[in-house]
Design a protein. Structure first.
Length: 237
């Protein structure tokens, strides 16, 4: 069993609400934390620009977190965008597809992300990898499901002869509970940081600041985030 108090974790850190919460979760548990983000031609690439402010903010919230944050990695994988026809990688309207999945689903995205993350982790001697996949409040993406992550965990461990552990702390949390987890980890300072500086909107909208953060307010990601914030605030009173 991994001793999280002395080991290093690699967090998939896009700059969104979920990954920011996962970063705080890892900082609360591991001795050292590195991050990895992916530039894959996403329409909302602005999310990657949010990471620095989130990291700086977390360092200020808890001094011990500041000493734990290690290297930040960004991998360019434009091929993922080149081979996909989705509303996350093309300027098209967001809608449901004939297969019952929203056209924001990028086939294989999380499988690719976790495989690259594991390859980097292998080189850096890391076996704990943290991702924000969730099948509670989500759009039905099959690569966010717990069964998928568990299967991939086994495949990566076998294929690289390493005992990887994929952590998904948000898997069974809805968005309100995700806001609640951030509050437990860093109080109002952390929820305010995530609200203001993380990015979730699929369209990359950073115009008006809503009570739940920036975004168009109409895409599925914004609707989930706003609904979760409202439910969290209602129960926090």
């Amino acid at each position: 069993m991994t001793d999280t108090h002395t080991s290093t974790a690699l967090v998939l850190f896009s700059g969104g609400q979920d990954s920011a919460t996962c970063l705080a979760w890892a900082l609360d548990r591991f001795a050292r934390v590195e991050t990895i983000g992916f530039a894959y031609g996403q329409r909302h690439a602005v999310e990657l620009d949010s990471r620095a402010k989130l990291v700086d903010g977390m360092k200020a919230i808890k001094p011990d977190w500041a000493g734990k944050i290690g290297d930040s990695h960004t991998l360019d994988i434009p091929t993922l965008s080149a081979i996909s026809e989705t509303a996350l990688t093309r300027d098209v309207a967001i809608e449901m597809g004939e297969d019952g999945l929203p056209n924001t689903f990028v086939p294989g995205r999380n499988l690719v992300f976790l495989t690259f993350a594991a390859a980097l982790a292998y080189r850096r001697g890391i076996t704990d990898i943290v991702g924000g996949m969730c099948e509670t409040d989500y759009s039905g993406y099959p690569d966010c499901r717990d069964d998928t992550i568990k299967a991939l965990n086994g495949a990566l461990s076998l294929g690289m002869a390493k005992d990887f552990k994929l952590h998904t702390p948000l898997m069974w949390l809805d968005k309100a509970a995700t806001w609640g987890l951030a509050d437990q980890l860093g109080g109002e300072a952390l929820t305010d940081l995530i609200r203001e500086h993380s990015h979730t909107c699929y369209l990359g909208e950073r115009g008006a600041l809503h009570d739940w953060g920036y975004g168009c307010g109409k895409c599925p990601a914004c609707e989930l985030r706003a609904k979760g914030w409202q439910e969290f605030k209602a129960t926090a009173v």
